[in-house]
Design a binder for this molecule. Structure first.
Ligand code: AVI
Length: 316
């Protein structure tokens, strides 16, 4: 992978203030993921209602020989937003020749304990973690061993958390980082019955609600803010026109909140838009990636809830 040009990026404070100053208040969903948020998300992935993770894992298990063949040998596997690396373990247990594994994760505390565990489990594997926000260009560590090509593993349909415009930008960046022969193994959640979708983001236990509110707790801690979590309620609905689940935090009352000395007024029922989770038809996704990638292989489950796709880098 080539090194990336360094760019200037807004800080968390700038992004949060900018979002809260908008007529429709917004917060970047990446700020869900402090240590507690990452743990809450891991718990969400085990919920009955939350079908994406278990469906993706089942797709992987069922199609493993073909997936392994598609990835190829002597590969450098880069995982974006690696979390607990559970799905990677499935791959690593089957891939015959992995040159190196590079997990990339924003939550340093979370990743370092996962890496410790992986080093014990795979003592011969070279593991080079990168602690960064992978939505911004980052430098990949030098790989000393000879390798054939890079494969970026991006499971979980996290691509759905980008607006399609941003998803395109992101795919363009990944494509320029990959040398010829590189590819991407990506999870993509599919369009389906609204009820199934809404259930997945409104679990009975209230874990998704806690995950959603955790963004406020994170901002309180990092940016000297005074959000009262009890004064907001979780709301997640499927916006059919836009093909996305929208998560909001709705103010239960008129209230003032201070973030880093700046005051924000909320009227009752006004919301902060915290996340989008886009769902794609297979054709729509193929179209989305087509400037940079060719869809080489698509694996799905029996209900067509979820897809795992191998994208071959077009750029030679
Ligand atoms: C990480 N991402 C793919 C999850 C999703 O389904 O969009 C985040 C999530 N939000 C609520 N539940 C799970």
């Amino acid at each position: 992978m080539e090194n990336q040009v360094k760019e200037c990026h807004p800080t968390m404070l700038e992004e949060v203030l900018d979002g809260l100053r908008k007529p429709q208040k917004k917060l970047p969903s990446k700020y869900f993921y402090d240590e507690r948020g990452s743990q809450l998300f891991e718990q969400i992935t085990r919920l009955d209602e939350y079908y994406p993770t278990r469906t993706e894992v089942a797709i992987m298990r069922e199609n493993m020989p073909e997936i392994i063949r598609q990835i190829g040998r002597d590969v450098v596997l880069v995982e974006l937003g690696s979390g607990s690396s559970e799905k990677t373990k499935l791959l690593l247990d089957h891939l015959p020749h992995v040159t190196a594994y590079i997990p990339v994760e924003i939550s340093e505390k979370f990743l370092s304990s996962v890496v410790e565990h992986l080093r014990k489990k795979y003592p011969d594997l070279s593991i080079n973690p990168v602690y960064t926000d992978y939505t911004r260009p980052f430098q990949v560590p030098d790989i000393e061993q000879p390798y054939d090509h890079f494969v970026v593993f991006y499971p979980g349909s996290t691509i759905g958390n980008f607006h399609p415009r941003q998803a395109r930008q992101f795919l363009a960046t990944i494509s320029t980082m990959l040398e010829p022969g590189g590819g991407m193994l990506i999870g993509v959640d599919l369009k389906k019955d609204n009820e199934v979708l809404e259930r997945a983001y409104n679990d009975k236990q209230g874990l998704t609600a806690r995950f959603n509110k955790n963004i406020l707790r994170h901002i309180n801690r990092e940016l000297d803010a005074d959000f009262s979590l009890d004064k907001f309620r979780h709301c997640a609905t499927y916006n059919e026109g836009k093909g996305r689940i929208e998560m909001h935090l709705v103010s239960k009352t008129d209230q003032e909140v201070t973030v880093a000395g700046e005051q924000f007024h909320f009227i009752r029922d006004e919301s902060i838009h915290t996340e989008n989770s886009y769902k794609y038809a297979l054709k729509e996704f193929e179209e989305l990636v087509s400037d940079w990638f060719t869809v080489e292989n698509v694996w799905t489950d029996q209900h067509n809830y979820f897809s795992l796709q191998y994208l071959q880098n077009n750029i030679s």
